[in-house]
Write a protein of this length. Structure first.
Length: 252
């Protein structure tokens, strides 16, 4: 059994009077890729944003239950959100590089959090770009605008930008939705490489992507976790009829 990276216990989340997540119990294994699937509005992205408390930025949000990372409930009083978000990095649906150079994008977080000395930056930039297989393409373009890169390169750069903060967990909210099929496969290959060192949780509407790229899959519907299991089991022999109906395209 893989060790647990995120342990969710009796999690409920409310936007004002609306309950978006209901009684979620879930253990996400370390150094695997976990996919969250389900129809639009089912709570997938809300659950993903729970793990680094990004929902806190929305007025009227209320959470009950526990989310335990590194043995600590991230909703306990006194939790340092800056430290949490260093350990739980986020990659968004569309590539969002800063309007800076490639080099400046990579070192931005280091400078903000004062995590390295300037004379260490060059080595850190190289290692981060090598980790996402961009170094050979960009080593002569480090001081060019990141906005000139292709969409796939921008998404890889956004992943590379998180790595110098030394996260343990990478959250990816539909990371390939803006990419063409070829670039999507390249990002999936990259995720499989990165899971050797990181726990990865992705939200995807793409059933083929979930079945190809993930080790474990959770199906959500109307804010409830209907089923969570090995991806092969979910896609070949789900325990719940609702799961089977969704992955077979009968609804959603």
């Amino acid at each position: 059994m893989s060790e647990t990276s995120i342990d969710i216990r009796a999690l409920n989340l409310f936007y004002g009077d609306f309950q978006a997540l209901t009684d979620i119990h879930l253990s996400i294994p370390a150094r695997q890729i976990t996919a969250l699937i389900g129809p639009s509005g089912c709570g997938k992205s809300t659950l993903l944003r729970v793990f680094n408390r990004m929902n806190d930025l929305i007025d009227g949000v209320r959470v009950t239950g526990e989310v335990v990372i590194n043995g600590k409930n991230i909703f306990a009083p006194g939790i340092d959100l800056l430290s949490l978000r260093e350990k739980v990095g986020m990659v968004f649906q569309r590539p969002n590089p800063f309007p800076l150079t490639v080099y400046e994008n990579i070192v931005f977080g280091l400078a903000v959090h004062r995590l390295a000395r300037r004379n260490e930056y060059a080595d850190i930039v190289e290692q981060a770009l090598r980790s996402v297989l961009l170094w050979d393409d960009l080593k002569e373009r480090l001081h060019h605008s990141a906005l000139t890169l292709s969409l796939e390169q921008q998404q890889r750069l956004c992943i590379a930008r998180v790595l110098p903060l030394k996260p343990q967990i990478l959250l990816m909210d539909e990371p390939c939705s803006a990419l063409d099929p070829s670039a999507t496969l390249h990002i999936e290959d990259l995720m499989r490489e990165l899971k050797k060192d990181y726990t990865i949780v992705i939200v995807t509407h793409n059933m083929h992507q979930a079945s190809r790229a993930s080790d474990r899959t959770g199906f959500l519907y109307l804010g409830k976790l209907i089923e969570f299991d090995d991806t092969v089991t979910i896609f070949t022999k789900p325990a719940q009829t609702m799961t089977e109906n969704y992955i077979s395209g009968r609804f959603g």
